[in-house]
Design a protein around this ligand. Structure first.
Ligand code: SF4
Ligand code: SF4
Length: 308
């Protein structure tokens, strides 16, 4: 049995000040930090003790986790567990990444986001270079706002071709065809993010082979459906796992719709679902023919190709 877990504890603070984020420059009081640390220790203990399931974990804190040593320690220790296939965290890469030298690079990975205006591009790129040096898998993303476009292009040009750069549609923004094409030049999979996916009554892996876990162990299908289906610490999650259709009208966040079965995105991101790295990355470039090629019918798109 394989289970993907999206974990989110009480932490809700961040060192950055992004204008599009409710957690910008928020500070957590000491008691909340203590509670977050204790909740994460309990969760990590549960992961270590649950050896009969192959687990993949994505930490999705509100705010930034890697400025806290308990997230760094959990990433390192979980990466060495034989039944943990992958342990990933969403991060702004503000903190140094040298600690990852102690993690198992076969299991650890980062979902990192570049926030222009909060960090100098060269500084961000130096973090990326160190990750490459350490052999750590990572994706890099930006929010698709017009004021980010020049920085996103410069980032794409500076990153190694092996690093996938994703673009997230900005919250509530509609993209016309020209804008969508512009962002698709940077991220060929941007089409998946540009519009919410109709999900009502459609089958979703969430609640079957993927779950969301809160700091107190409450288990839900995903971060976007509030109804609990069990608890991690009383064992009730085991009998709760089963196929279900989605109960929400739409699903508009990658960490949700990557599990929406009709989209087939688990195939597109096979081997990198939680860290958001496509299976076929970098895209294969066809060699330029030396002589004029004979005419052939157009190629059939591979399964899971992005929507036109
Ligand atoms: S880095 Fe992330 S969590 Fe922090 S303010 Fe920016 S968007 Fe919010
Ligand atoms: S489609 Fe999205 S909202 Fe619906 S169950 Fe799946 S992850 Fe949750």
């Amino acid at each position: 049995m394989n289970l993907a877990i999206l974990y989110r504890g009480p932490l809700a603070s961040c060192n950055y000040d992004c204008p599009y984020c409710p957690f910008a420059k928020r500070r957590d009081p000491p008691e909340l930090l203590r509670a977050d640390r204790a909740a994460l220790a309990r969760f990590a203990g549960w992961v270590a003790a649950t050896g009969d399931v192959r687990l993949s974990v994505l930490f999705t804190p509100w705010g930034e986790g890697l400025t806290r040593n308990w997230y760094r320690d959990a990433m390192v220790s979980l990466s060495h567990l034989p039944h943990v296939e992958r342990v990933v965290i969403q991060t702004n890469l503000a903190a140094r990444v040298d600690w990852l030298a102690d993690a198992d690079p076969r299991a650890v990975a980062l979902w990192s986001t570049y926030h222009p205006g909060q960090v100098d591009r060269d500084r961000f790129l130096s973090r990326c270079a160190r990750l490459t040096e350490l052999g750590v898998r990572y994706s890099v993303g930006v929010v698709g706002l017009p004021e980010h476009l020049a920085e996103a292009r410069a980032l794409r040009a500076a990153l190694p071709a092996e690093v996938y750069l994703w673009v997230n549609a900005a919250e509530g923004r509609r993209y016309d065809a020209a804008e969508e094409a512009t962002w698709t030049e940077l991220d060929p999979l941007f089409g998946y993010s540009a519009r919410p996916h109709v999900s009502l009554d459609r089958p979703c892996h969430a609640g079957e082979t993927a779950i969301s876990v809160r700091g107190d162990g409450t288990v839900r299908r995903c971060h976007f459906i509030d109804e609990p289906i069990g608890n991690l610490y009383d064992g009730s999650w085991r009998t709760a796992l089963r196929p279900r259709p989605c109960g929400n009208a739409v699903c508009d966040c990658h960490i949700g719709y990557v599990h929406l079965k009709p989209l087939g995105l688990r195939d597109v991101f096979a081997g990198g679902v939680l860290e958001r790295i496509p299976a076929a990355w970098p895209p294969v470039r066809r060699p330029v023919p030396l002589a004029a090629p004979e005419r052939r019918p157009p190629a059939v798109p591979a399964p899971g190709s992005p929507p036109a």
